[in-house]
Design a protein around this ligand. Structure first.
Ligand code: SAH
Length: 347
């Protein structure tokens, strides 16, 4: 038991079974006891490791993508280089180093981050950049933005398809998950034509973020690149919790483990209303030259480069599980994507 368990149990006792998105928002983001609010969760000493923490090559390649997208957009200036959910600031540090020599690439740097403890880590790493709680708070300028393992941290709801409708996962006393009453849900049924027994997850905050991105990029120009684990569309229970690099129950000791769900990219693309591309992390990094970069680093004597290259790109490691989605005004195939991986906004 911990204090956040007590607080959640008290809310359930007072107002009834709790939706999963409310539970996840409290476990991760409670202002004093939430997982992200209270700590730096990353790295060997933390609970999980991410691509930018594995190797500088990841950020360098994303930096090249951003600089090329900015050039393709006509090198607008002034402009914003932003990251959503920047963790320790490692990805942004690698992006800034990789793009430092690109002529006229002098962005205003903005980080969209809600966690005060991670903001402090980011300030140590990056110095005086700018912070915002929400995308809407950024200045209205051309926006070039990345997000790695950001959308997977946003709160989801989970629904089970029954014989005649949908039943939502709700959390009851002693933090036991159960199912609410089965009922009709036209929005879910329209999107998911699935037989009884299938589980569907939805993430309204992720769609809202994507919609804001779409409005921004249509109005002011720019491009977005998001990397996360998940798929274009998916079903099933993907909720998971990691503590000290081991899977634990998401309903044990909220606030002490990282809780995530797989990202479904199709609803995000639809909410953004932009064009773009969708592929695997492995293919994307290979096409943008990670192998040549790894060989160059190895020649310079860097250690662990081959292992990092494998971890980021190999299909048995992060290469297939993680996906990359670019969002931008429709028209061209974004670099790093194949013609047949390009999508256009649905009309
Ligand atoms: N991108 C980093 C960190 C991933 S962890 C990396 O790849 O290493 C998720 C990050 O998203 C953390 O920085 C967390 O504080 C932030 N975050 C979670 N929910 C958020 C929200 N609603 N708004 C902004 N940032 C959020």
């Amino acid at each position: 038991m911990n204090a956040l368990t007590d607080l959640i149990a008290a809310e359930i006792a007072a107002t009834g079974p709790m939706r999963l998105d409310r539970y996840m928002a409290l476990a991760l983001g409670h202002p004093t006891m939430g997982y992200y609010t209270t700590r730096d969760p990353l790295g060997a000493a933390g609970d999980f490791t991410t691509a930018p923490e594995i190797s500088q090559m990841f950020g360098e390649i994303l930096g090249l993508w951003l600089a090329q997208s900015w050039l393709d957009a006509g090198a607008p200036s002034p402009f914003i280089l932003a990251e959503a959910g920047p963790g320790r600031g490692s990805l942004m540090a690698d992006i800034l180093r990789a793009t430092a020599k690109v002529p006229w690439f002098t962005p205003q740097v903005w980080l969209v981050e809600t966690s005060p403890s991670l903001r402090a880590v980011q300030r140590d790493r990056l110095g005086d950049v700018n912070w915002a709680d929400r995308l809407d708070d950024l200045p209205k300028l051309p926006l070039f933005i990345v997000a790695n393992e950001f959308f997977d941290a946003l709160p989801v709801r989970q629904f089970h398809r029954g014989a005649s409708g949908w039943a939502e996962v709700l959390i009851g006393p002693r933090l036991r998950p159960g199912l609410g009453q089965e009922g009709a849900n036209d929005a879910l049924s329209a999107r998911h034509n699935v037989p009884p027994g299938v589980i569907v997850e939805t993430c309204a905050p992720a769609e809202e973020f994507a919609a804001q991105l779409g409005t921004r990029i249509r109005t002011n120009g720019g491009a977005a690149l998001t990397v996360d684990y998940g798929d274009w569309r998916g079903t099933g229970d993907t909720l998971q919790a990691l503590r000290q690099h081991k899977m634990v129950s998401p309903f044990m000791e909220p606030g002490e483990a990282d809780i995530t769900a797989h990202v479904q990219f199709a609803p995000l693309a639809a909410a953004a209303g932009l064009g773009g591309g969708f592929t695997t992390q492995g293919k994307f990094l290979e096409r943008l030259g990670i192998t040549a970069r790894a060989q160059a680093l190895a020649k310079l004597g860097a250690s662990g480069v081959a292992a990092a290259h494998r971890r980021l790109t190999h299909p048995d490691e992060m290469g297939n599980l993680f996906k990359v989605m670019a969002l931008m005004q429709p028209g061209k195939t974004p670099i790093g994507f194949d013609e047949n991986e390009r999508f256009s906004p649905a009309i």
